[in-house]
Ligand binder design. Structure first.
Ligand SMILES: [Zn+2]
Length: 338
C-alpha cells in the first residue's frame, strides 16, 4: 500500500479514503460536504495611502490603543510571484525567489500602512511549527537571525509583532484591560501542539491576563474548502482533542464538468461509491477557535476575518495553491505609542 501511496503522491494525487480495505469501516462516519459549502469569502481589503491592501478584524478599529492588520498580496514592489505586466506585490517573507531589499521595503510599507510610520520596528520569527512563544521587546526587532518560534507576545508599546503565513492560520490576541498583545502562527502541526491555547496560558501566567478581557481575531488561511489532508493528520488531532472529528469533513472535491452535467456521471453504484473522492479536509480556523474557547476567551470576543488563501489567490499568497512557489503575508499586532 505504501508503494501505491507514493505513486499517487508522485502524480500529485491524494489516495481516496476508499482505499481502506473492504470490510474495514470507520467506527464513526465523518460529516460530508462540498467544497463550496465550506468556503468563507474575505471582506474587501482596506487600501492604505501607500497602496498596501490589508484586512482588519471586524470591530477592532474601536480600540484606539491597538494596531493590527492582516496583509494581502496586493501592494508593494515584489516581482517574484506575478506576471511581468502585473503591478508589484507585497511579499513580506525572505523567500529564495525574491530580492531581500524589495522584501525589506515591503515590510516598511506594511508598517507604514498599519501604524502611519515606516520606522515602526517589526518583530518577526523563524517559524518551526511548534508551541514555542517568544516574549518580545524592541531589541528583538530587525534581528538578522530571528528567534525560532510560533508565537510572540508583548506589553511594550511602539512595536509590531508579526507572524508570516501563506496558508497557515494567523491568530491575533489582545488584552483590552492590561494592554498585552500576541500573534500566533498555526499550521496543522502547531495547532496539534496547541500553540494558541499554550500562548493564552502564557499571557495569563506572565502578564496576569484574564481570559474574559481578551479579544481574538483569526485571519485568512487555507480553508476547509481546500485543505485536503492525509489520515495521519486526523490521527494526530484525534490523539489530542476530544472534539477532533468535528474539525474534519469528507469532501467531494469539485469537478466543474460533473457539477454542470451530473446526468453524465450517474452510475448504478450506491451513493458515496462514485469513483471520485471523498477526500479528508480539516478546518484549521475552527480548530484554533476551539482552542481560544478552551483557553477561556468568550465566543463573542472571537472574530473570524474570513478568506481562503487557496481559493482566493488573486488576493492571497498560497503555498499549497501555488505548488510551493509563493510569497508570504504578515499578520501584525501592536500597542500604539501614546
Ligand atoms: Zn478554499
Amino acid at each position: 500500500m505504501q508503494g501505491l501511496d507514493s505513486l499517487f503522491a508522485h502524480a500529485g494525487l491524494v489516495r481516496s479514503r476508499r482505499g481502506t480495505p473492504a470490510g474495514i469501516t470507520r467506527e464513526l462516519r465523518l460529516e460530508r460536504a462540498m467544497p463550496q459549502e465550506l468556503t468563507q469569502t474575505a471582506p474587501e481589503p482596506r487600501v492604505a495611502a501607500n497602496g498596501v491592501e490589508w484586512l482588519a478584524a471586524p470591530g477592532w478599529n474601536r480600540m484606539q490603543w491597538l494596531w493590527h492588520g492582516f496583509s494581502t498580496r496586493r501592494g508593494g514592489g515584489s516581482r517574484a510571484y506575478c506576471s511581468e505586466d502585473a503591478p508589484g506585490e507585497l511579499n513580506l517573507g525572505f523567500t529564495a525567489s525574491d530580492d531581500r531589499a524589495v522584501v525589506e521595503h515591503n515590510r516598511r510599507l506594511l508598517a507604514e500602512a498599519i501604524t502611519g510610520s515606516a520606522e515602526t520596528p517589526l518583530v518577526t520569527l523563524k517559524h518551526v511549527h511548534s508551541n514555542v512563544l517568544v516574549r518580545a521587546g524592541a531589541a528583538d526587532a530587525g534581528l538578522s537571525v530571528p528567534h525560532k518560534g510560533d508565537g510572540l507576545v508583548t506589553d511594550q508599546p511602539g512595536l509590531l509583532l508579526a507572524v508570516q503565513t501563506a496558508d497557515c492560520i494567523p491568530v491575533l490576541v489582545a488584552d483590552t484591560k492590561r494592554r498585552v498583545v500576541a500573534a500566533f502562527h498555526a499550521g496543522w502541526r502547531g495547532t496539534v501542539k496547541r500553540i494558541v491555547e499554550t500562548g493564552v496560558g502564557r499571557m495569563r501566567l506572565e502578564f496576569g491576563c484574564r481570559p474574559e478581557d481578551l479579544v481574538a481575531a483569526i485571519g485568512p488561511g487555507i480553508g476547509a474548502c481546500c485543505y485536503s489532508v492525509g489520515d495521519e493528520v486526523l490521527s494526530a488531532f484525534e490523539s489530542q482533542f476530544a472534539y477532533a472529528r468535528e474539525l474534519f469533513r469528507e469532501v467531494y472535491d469539485s469537478d466543474p464538468v460533473r457539477i454542470r452535467y451530473p446526468m453524465l456521471f450517474l452510475t448504478q453504484r450506491a451513493p458515496g461509491h462514485s469513483p471520485i473522492g471523498p477526500n479528508l479536509h480539516v478546518d484549521l480556523t475552527e480548530a484554533n477557535r476551539r482552542q481560544l474557547l478552551d483557553a477561556g476567551v468568550k465566543a463573542a470576543a472571537i472574530r473570524v476575518v474570513g478568506g481562503c488563501t487557496s481559493c482566493q489567490r488573486e488576493l492571497f499568497f498560497s503555498h499549497r495553491g501555488s505548488q510551493g512557489f509563493a510569497g508570504r503575508m504578515m499578520s501584525v499586532i501592536g500597542i500604539r505609542v501614546r
